[in-house]
Design a protein around this ligand. Structure first.
Ligand code: ADP
Ligand code: MG
Length: 703
């Protein structure tokens, strides 16, 4: 029988377990495995042998170069290629790759954001091999490149990237979860890993149209544009049949991802026209994070092969839904047990209830920080705008768990759990189906979905590293204090019951099962004292508050210096993003919209003059009315353009930091809206042949 394409291509470009077995001596394989699985240190000798094997495998597969592939604080990945060519080669080529080159790299790091962590005179930065995330071959126009996932740090050991803190947080949560499990009698568990499944939303539009819009090219989103008569109101795009052009994109995307060992699983059309989603099967947090970066990169690349452009921005089009990334998260022991699986009798599953209450406490104690971990300038357009979760963090547990929580709060422990019932849909030929005990709540930012939590705030274009670093570190911190308490207990059963009860009691205010979009909830949340952080700039403060610094330092995930640097980078990143948007608007208005509108009003004036001279009695009231209205909107646009220029110049001259970011948000951002309004109104009045860029209707529906 012929092999299915998935079996045929899956993992063919990955230095995975099968390849390691084939290329590595048994002893080296065992040593590497124990580093990967048990976190044991990797010695130089093993690294050398692995490097040799990796080189052989890469060369056998046509590679000419290798690169340390890392994730600086820009949020995108970075790489610098080296060929395997060695210095000694003169007459003929000698190909080399040593253990040293595998485990350590030294890119010139001076141009990456460091938030002051690395003075420019000490530009050195090091990349270090993360052997727990498999190396892979990237094949494209450049040839084949061996990519080695690495962490990136400064000369003094500070993390300059998103991977290092994530790896530290994984160690923290493993350590504390194992402590708690041992106290509960789970002696065979030696490590706990955090599993992550990120659902990736994106838009696909025609590349020719994309290339006509400077706003999409420079900022990833449209800064002007009026809504077409039809948007997403019919819900006909959601889960709709996938059209041929998009389907051929998805087919190729899947094959490329499967080759890289990425478990691409679901694909469907999303709510907004031209919007789609892809979700992989979950994996260990650092691998899932690396894979998600590759997913985004591959989407962009494959789209271009189909003359499409993939937009990953959180809000490419005003007026229809934007894109997010649902971050599914759970904890799984090395013995294969999912710690967030409630089992058949959740009321009596003390281990589950303890871990559940730890997550509830962590989210409640760190709501603002969690909000920050999902913040970028683009996501400010979504959170709280009735399409994405609200900016207020709350937890949805579903009916069954909520009932158990209520029992515990009332009586100290729970005595029963509601079962999922059978549902008869009234058709003879369709057998009754079993209902889940939890329904779904689409409006919740943090929802329990059966055997995992789904953090739904994450921005579509962002790395999932930050969100998972915060989740792991904060839950680890709660587990640490739980373990400390339980270690003092005389009667373990009683102590566990009390701990679950007390934790839920203290943190029940974060649980909310209702409609997160309603105005009532905003008021109710305020009454409960839950933070409602509206913008990324506001959220950034939570990174450096004393409570957060102490928590991260306790868990050895970030030092104070690293946090202060990240806050700086955040303010700068925000200011830079808005500055680019403002400048793009100025350029488009000055060079495209205003000249085109002048062309149109001139044609109206000429029409009035020539009609009048040909036939003085003719009615030119339509042209006159249009001319008057368009001219006055044109004047409004010109005034707004001058105001935006001035605001942006003022903002750019300010010193970088919090105040500058706030000025961009409060003044420049507002000036941008003031310019957009008259231009969008004009778009609906001006002859289409005069309009300089493709309209929303063209881009969203003509793909
Ligand atoms: P939905 O849109 O209904 O939420 P999807 O199938 O789009 O469902 O995505 C669910 C995601 O959750 C997938 O990536 C899946 O692999 C992931 N997931 C399932 N179980 C776990 C788990 N235990 N830990 C982390 N992620 C999980
Ligand atoms: Mg989904």
């Amino acid at each position: 029988m012929e092999k299915n394409v998935i079996e045929d291509v899956f993992g063919t470009k990955v230095f995975n377990d099968d390849v390691m077995k084939e290329y590595l001596p048994k002893k080296t394989y065992a040593a590497l495995k124990s580093t990967i699985e048990n976190g044991e240190e990797l010695n130089a000798e093993v690294a050398n042998v692995v490097a040799h094997a990796m080189k052989e495998w890469a060369l056998n597969n046509g590679a000419t170069h290798y690169t340390h592939w890392f994730q600086p604080m820009t949020g995108v990945t970075a790489e610098k290629h080296d060929s395997f060519l060695s210095a000694e080669s003169d007459a003929h080529a000698v190909l080399e790759f040593s253990g040293k080159e595998l485990v350590k790299g030294e890119p010139d790091a001076s141009s990456f954001p460091s938030g002051g962590l690395r003075a420019t005179f000490e530009a050195r930065g090091y990349t270090a091999w993360d052997c727990t995330s498999p190396a892979f071959l990237r094949e494209d126009a450049i040839g084949t490149v061996l990519c080695i996932p690495t962490a990136f740090c400064s000369y003094t050991g500070e993390a300059l990237d998103k991977k290092t803190p994530l790896l530290r947080s994984m160690e923290a949560i493993s350590k504390q979860a194992v402590r708690v499990l041992k106290l509960l009698g789970e002696d065979d568990v030696s490590s706990v890993s955090c599993s992550v499944g990120p659902e990736q939303e994106y838009f696909l539009i025609d590349r020719d149209q994309y290339l006509q819009r400077d706003d999409l090219i420079f900022t990833g989103r449209t800064l002007f544009g009026s809504m077409p008569p039809k948007g997403q109101e019919l819900d006909d795009h959601y889960f709709g049949a996938i059209r041929e052009r998009q389907a051929s994109f998805m087919k190729e995307l899947n094959e490329e991802l499967w080759k890289l060992g990425i478990l691409s699983k679901t694909q469907h059309n999303e709510v907004a026209p031209a919007q789609h989603e892809m979700a992989p099967i979950f994996d260990t947090a650092n691998i899932a994070t690396d894979h998600n970066q590759l997913v985004m990169e591959t989407m962009k690349k494959v789209a271009r092969r189909h003359h499409l452009e993939c937009l990953l921005h959180e809000k490419p089009f005003a007026g229809v839904n934007g894109s997010g990334k649902h971050n599914n998260w759970s904890l799984i022991t090395n013995t294969g047990k999912n710690l967030l699986r409630p089992g058949s009798a959740p009321y009596d599953n003390k281990q589950f209830l303890l871990f559940l209450s730890a997550v509830i406490a962590a989210v409640d104690d760190n709501a603002a920080l969690l909000r920050l971990s999902a913040s970028n300038p683009g996501n400010d357009h979504r959170l709280g705008a009735n399409e994405a979760p609200p900016a207020i963090i709350s937890i949805f547990l579903g009916e069954q768990l909520e009932d158990i929580v209520e029992q515990i709060l009332a009586n100290g422990t729970a005595t029963h759990s509601n079962k999922g019932e059978r549902m008869d849909i009234g058709v003879q030929t369709i057998p009754p189906i079993k209902k889940d005990a939890t329904d779904r709540n689409r409006t919740s930012p943090f929802a329990f979905t059966g055997n995992k939590f789904e953090f739904r705030m994450v921005a579509s274009s962002m790395s999932v590293a930050d969100a998972n670093t915060v989740l792991n570190a904060t839950v680890a911190d709660v587990l640490q204090s739980m373990a400390d308490k339980l270690e003092q207990a005389d009667d373990m059963d009683k102590a566990v019951d009390e701990l679950i009860h007390d934790t839920l009691k203290e943190h029940q205010k974060i649980i909310f099962n209702g409609n997160g979009y309603s105005d009532d909830w905003i008021k109710e949340a305020e009454r409960r004292g839950l933070p409602n952080v509206r913008t990324m700039v506001d959220a950034t403060a939570s990174l450096v508050d004393e409570k957060t610094v102490a928590m991260f330092e306790r868990q050895h995930v970030y030092t104070r210096t690293e946090l202060e640097a990240r806050a700086e980078i955040n303010y700068e990143a925000y200011a830079k993003a808005i500055n680019i948007e403002a400048k793009t608007m100025v350029k488009m208005a000055a060079k495209q919209y205003i000249p085109s509108i002048i062309g149109y009003v001139t044609s109206l004036a000429e029409s009035i003059n020539s009609i009048r001279s040909a036939c003085p009695a003719a009615d030119v009231s339509v042209q006159t009315e249009l001319l008057t209205k368009c001219s006055s909107l044109l004047a409004e646009a010109q005034k707004a353009l001058a105001a935006l220029r001035e605001a942006d110049n003022k903002a750019s001259a300010m010193e970088e930091g919090k105040e500058q970011a706030e000025f961009f948000r409060d003044v420049v951002f507002k000036a941008m809206a003031d310019l957009r309004t008259p231009i969008d109104t004009l778009e609906d009045m001006v002859d289409k042949t005069y309009w300089p860029v493709p309209a929303y209707g063209d881009m969203l529906f003509e793909v």
